[in-house]
Ligand binder design. Structure first.
Ligand code: AMP
Ligand code: TRP
Length: 332
């Protein structure tokens, strides 16, 4: 059985960007790729590469697991687990570090960006993050890895490491491919549409929509999104980044393409368009929140995570025995 695998870090409350760029796409893929097994995990080990408050982290982990399910993933065709509960991720992560060059890690843009923002206190775990991410993927012989644009470079290094291991020690890992969605791959900030919508941690941030915040606030944020001084609704990412971003959100949720949206709002102004979009987003997120509330404190969530861990452990243990043997570690 071929595997589609992906993970999200439980840092902060997930945003509309995470939902449209990652989660909604997982659901679509799960519906389309019926011959594949789906592995989704909470990348909690990755979250502590930057300082996290333990209590907040615990809440975020559980919330993210519930959000995966609330997004509409079919639990019967899903292996959902926490990275920290399957210890083989760290074992293979270390083996991956042993074949990764410093220069490769120094070139990673996500690392360089974080270093640029965080002058002191950059940890060695943040630096070696891509080796652990490669392990997350190679451990299960995942064939496809759906991710956003920003993760393409990490997928490249995963492929390099997989090939390097295979060449050095004999064929062991399937080489994965990134599945990057086109529309929705990058949702921009509502107040500054030239930068990516991301979790700043500030709930008052008007540019970012959080999946668990009250619907009336979500609507307000959409209605007060920055646009431009024209009045006609059409897509032009360069000249009209604000409206174009709102059209992307509209398109990913409704399935209408840009031309269809443009026609629908011919002769109408931004007010009508934003008003409709506010309702569309609130309905979509409202449904997610209802499902979230039903599952967050249920026994079912724990059962699903237990089953997920068990399934993941079987594959991971088998793979690690092979890896140890190939590398020459231990006695067998
Ligand atoms: P992060 O929140 O950075 O851990 O990202 C988790 C997943 O959501 C990754 O696959 C990202 O590519 C995706 N993602 C995060 N922010 C956005 C955004 N603004 N637009 C689209 N996808 C996003
Ligand atoms: N690095 C990814 C991010 O920041 C999260 C992640 C960790 C991941 N391990 C993964 C994604 C394995 C896909 C596959 O979003």
């Amino acid at each position: 059985m071929n595997i589609v695998l992906s993970g999200i870090k439980p840092t902060g409350v997930p945003t509309l960007g995470n939902y449209l760029g990652a989660l909604k796409n997982f659901v679509k893929l799960q519906n389309e790729m019926t011959d594949y097994e789906f592995f989704m995990f909470v990348a909690d080990m990755h979250a502590i590469t930057i300082p996290e408050d333990p209590k907040t982290l615990r809440t975020n982990i559980k919330n993210l697991a519930a959000i995966y399910l609330a997004s509409g993933l079919d639990k019967d065709r899903l292996t959902l687990f926490l990275q920290s509960e399957v210890h083989e991720h760290l074992e293979l992560g270390y083996i991956m570090q042993s074949i990764t060059y410093m220069g490769e890690l120094e070139r990673m843009t996500q690392y360089k960006d974080k270093v640029a923002k965080q002058v002191t206190g950059v940890t060695s775990a943040l630096f070696t993050y891509p080796a652990l991410m490669a392990a997350d993927i190679l451990l299960y012989d995942a064939k496809y890895v759906p991710v956003g644009e920003d993760q393409k470079q990490h997928l490249e290094i995963t492929r390099d490491l997989g090939n390097r291991f295979n060449n050095r020690f004999g064929n062991t890992f399937q080489i994965p491919e990134a599945l990057v969605t086109k529309v929705g791959a990058k949702i921009m900030d509502l107040q500054d549409p030239t930068k990516k919508m991301s979790k700043s941690g500030d709930p008052l941030d008007k540019g970012c929509i959080y999946l668990l915040e009250p619907l009336n606030i979500i609507k307000k944020k959409i209605k007060s999104a920055v646009t431009d001084s024209e009045t006609r609704v059409y897509y032009d990412k360069e000249k009209k980044p604000g409206i174009s971003n709102l059209m992307t959100i509209y398109s990913v949720i409704t399935g209408l393409n840009y031309d269809e949206i443009e026609k629908k709002y011919e002769g109408k102004g931004y007010g009508d368009f934003k008003g409709d979009l506010a309702e569309i987003v609130a309905t979509e997120i409202g449904g997610l929140q209802e499902r979230f509330n039903a599952i967050i404190n249920s026994k079912e969530l724990d059962e699903i995570l237990d089953q997920g861990r068990e399934r993941a452990e079987i594959l991971a243990r088998k793979k690690m025995l092979k890896v140890y043997h190939k590398v020459g570690l231990g006695r067998f």
